[in-house]
Design a binder for this molecule. Structure first.
Ligand code: MV4
Length: 452
C-alpha cells in the first residue's frame, strides 16, 4: 500500500480523499494556492505545500509544480480527484516517468477515451450499443450531408475532443447543415484546439444514465449499478440519484454487463463511469466514458455500501478487488443535490464571498460532503460547488422527504446558494413521479414557474 498520497485538488473532493487516506492509514499531502491557505483541505492533510498563485493555470492545473510537491514530500502516489488534471493523459504519463503512481487508469486509456470518436469505435468493437452515426471523423460537409440524408434528420454534430456539450450542434434539416457544420467546427477549434467532428442520429428526449465501474489491474471488474443524472442545466448536473426511477433489475444487468464488457475491452482499471443515453423506449446507447471518480459518486456509495475512493486507492496500489458481482445489490435509494454558490434567481451567476453563518443538516440518512465553514471566504477563481447534500432512504419517497427536510435545515448565509432552487425542483410533479428527461430544467424555466 502507498505510504503517502498527494491530493492534486481542492474543495470537498480533496477532503473526501484525505478522509479515505486516513482510514487506510496513508499519510496525506495537500497542495494549495495562495488563495487557499486557510482552506480546509490545507489544514486537514498531514502536510501541505503551496504550489502557486490563485489562478488554476499556475497552481492546481500546473503538472510540474504538483509533481515537484510530490517529490519534495516523498509522496508515492497522486490522487487527481475530478476536474483539473484528472483526465489529462500527459499528467498521468509525467507521474509514471517520475515513479509516482497516478491514482486512476492507464494514461493510454485516458487518451483513448478522451477522443470521443475513438471511444465510440472501441465500444462498437466490444459490442456495446452506440448511437447510429458516422464511423469516426467527418472531414467534409458533403459526407455529413449524405449520411444525414441516409439516417434521417434530426442529427447531431459532436466534437471528437468534446464532452460536456461544447462544439455540439443539433441539425434538424438539410438546409441548416452547412452552417451548423462550420459553427461546430469553429467552436471545437476554439475550445479544444481540435476542429474534428463526428455525426450521430439525434435522440429527442433522452435520459442520462451512467454505470459505475470498479476494476483492478488483474482484469477483475464489477459494476455498481446506475446513477440517474438527467436533472442538468447547461450540461451541469444538479441532482443525481441511484437507482434510476426507470431502471429495472433486468435493464440494470444488461447495461452493467455491457459497460463491463466495454471497459475490459480497452484494458480499463480503477473507478470509471460509462455514460448512456436512454431513449423513451428504454434503448440505451454508449455516450462517453469518464476515466475519473465523479462528483456524484456518493449516491452509489450509499446504496452499495462501498467506499469508492478507498477502493480506487487500493486497486491503484495493485490490490485485487474482493467484491463479487453477486454481492452487489442496491439497498434503498439515494439522492444528491449539488449546492453551488450561485444565484438561482439571477441566471445562476456565481456568488463568491464570505459565508457569515453556516449550519449543515444531519440526522438519519443524511450526508454532507463540503469544505465550507462559517467565516470561510469562497474565492471567485474556482468551481462554485460548495457542498453536496446526499440522503439515503429505504425507498425513493423516503429519500425525497429526507432531502426536503435536510434542505430546510441547511443554513448558508452571506452568499446566494442553489438551496432554494433544489427545494423548488424536488417539489415538482415530474421529479416526484420520476418522469423527467435531460430537458427537464429548461422546461420548468420556460414555464416561468420559478419564484425563489
Ligand atoms: C446526444 C443527445 C441526443 N442524441 N447525442 C450532451 C453532452 C454530450 N456529452 C452529449 N450530449 C447529448 N448527446 C445524441 N445522439 C443529447 C445530448 C444532450 C444531453 C445529454 C446528457 C445530459 C444532458 C443533455 C442535454 C442536452 C443534450
Amino acid at each position: 500500500m502507498f505510504k503517502k498520497v498527494l491530493i492534486a485538488n481542492r474543495g470537498e473532493i480533496a477532503i473526501r480523499i484525505i478522509r479515505a487516506c486516513k482510514e487506510l492509514g496513508i499519510k496525506s499531502v495537500a497542495v494549495y494556492s495562495t488563495q487557499d491557505e486557510n482552506a480546509l483541505h490545507t489544514v486537514f492533510a498531514d502536510e501541505a505545500v503551496c504550489i502557486g498563485p490563485a489562478s488554476s493555470a499556475n497552481s492546481y492545473l500546473n503538472p510540474t509544480r504538483i509533481i515537484s510537491a510530490a517529490e519534495i514530500t516523498g509522496a508515492d502516489a497522486i490522487h487527481p480527484g475530478y476536474g483539473f488534471l484528472a483526465e489529462n493523459s500527459e499528467f498521468a504519463d509525467m507521474c509514471n516517468s517520475c515513479e509516482i503512481t497516478f491514482i486512476g487508469p492507464s494514461s493510454e486509456v485516458i487518451r483513448r477515451m478522451g477522443d470521443k470518436a475513438e471511444a465510440k469505435k472501441a465500444m462498437v468493437e466490444a459490442g456495446v450499443p452506440v448511437v447510429p452515426g458516422s464511423d469516426g471523423i467527418i472531414s467534409k460537409e458533403e459526407e455529413a450531408h449524405s449520411l444525414a440524408q441516409q439516417m434521417g434528420y434530426p442529427v447531431i454534430l459532436k466534437a471528437v475532443a468534446g464532452g460536456g456539450g461544447k462544439g455540439m450542434r443539433i441539425v434538424r434539416d438539410p438546409k441548416s447543415l452547412e452552417n451548423s457544420f462550420m459553427m461546430a467546427r469553429a467552436e471545437a477549434e476554439a475550445a479544444f484546439g481540435n476542429a474534428d467532428l463526428y455525426l450521430e442520429k439525434y435522440i429527442e428526449s433522452p435520459r442520462h444514465i451512467e454505470i459505475q465501474l470498479l476494476g483492478d489491474q488483474k482484469g477483475n471488474m464489477v459494476y455498481l449499478g446506475e446513477r440517474e443524472c438527467s436533472i442538468q442545466r447547461r450540461h451541469q448536473k444538479l441532482i443525481e440519484e441511484s437507482p434510476s426511477p426507470i431502471i429495472t433489475d433486468k435493464i440494470r444487468k444488461a447495461m452493467g454487463e455491457a459497460a463491463v464488457k466495454g471497459a475490459l475491452h480497452v484494458g480499463y482499471f480503477s473507478t470509471g463511469t460509462i455514460e448512456f443515453l436512454v431513449d423513451s423506449k428504454q434503448n440505451y446507447y454508449f455516450m462517453e466514458m469518464n476515466t475519473r471518480i465523479q462528483v456524484e459518486h456518493p449516491v452509489t456509495e450509499m446504496v452499495y455500501q462501498v467506499d469508492l475512493i478507498k477502493e480506487q486507492i487500493k486497486v491503484a496500489a495493485g490490490m485485487t478487488i474482493d467484491i463479487k458481482q453477486s454481492q452487489l445489490k442496491p439497498v434503498g435509494h439515494s439522492i444528491e443535490c449539488r449546492i453551488n454558490a450561485e444565484d438561482p434567481a439571477n441566471n445562476f451567476i456565481p456568488s463568491p464571498g464570505e459565508v457569515t453563518s453556516f449550519y449543515q443538516p444531519g440526522g438519519p440518512g443524511t450526508r454532507v460532503d463540503t469544505h465550507i465553514y462559517a467565516s470561510y471566504k469562497i474565492p471567485p477563481y474556482y468551481d462554485s460547488l460548495i457542498a453536496k447534500l446526499i440522503v439515503w432512504g429505504r425507498e425513493r419517497q423516503e429519500a425525497i422527504s429526507r432531502l426536503n427536510r435536510a434542505l430546510d435545515e441547511f443554513v448558508v448565509e452571506g452568499i446566494k446558494t442553489t438551496i432554494p432552487f433544489h427545494k423548488f425542483v424536488i417539489a415538482t410533479p415530474e421529479f416526484l413521479s420520476g418522469d423527467f428527461d435531460t430537458h427537464f430544467i429548461e422546461k420548468i424555466y420556460r414555464k416561468d414557474l420559478i419564484e425563489i
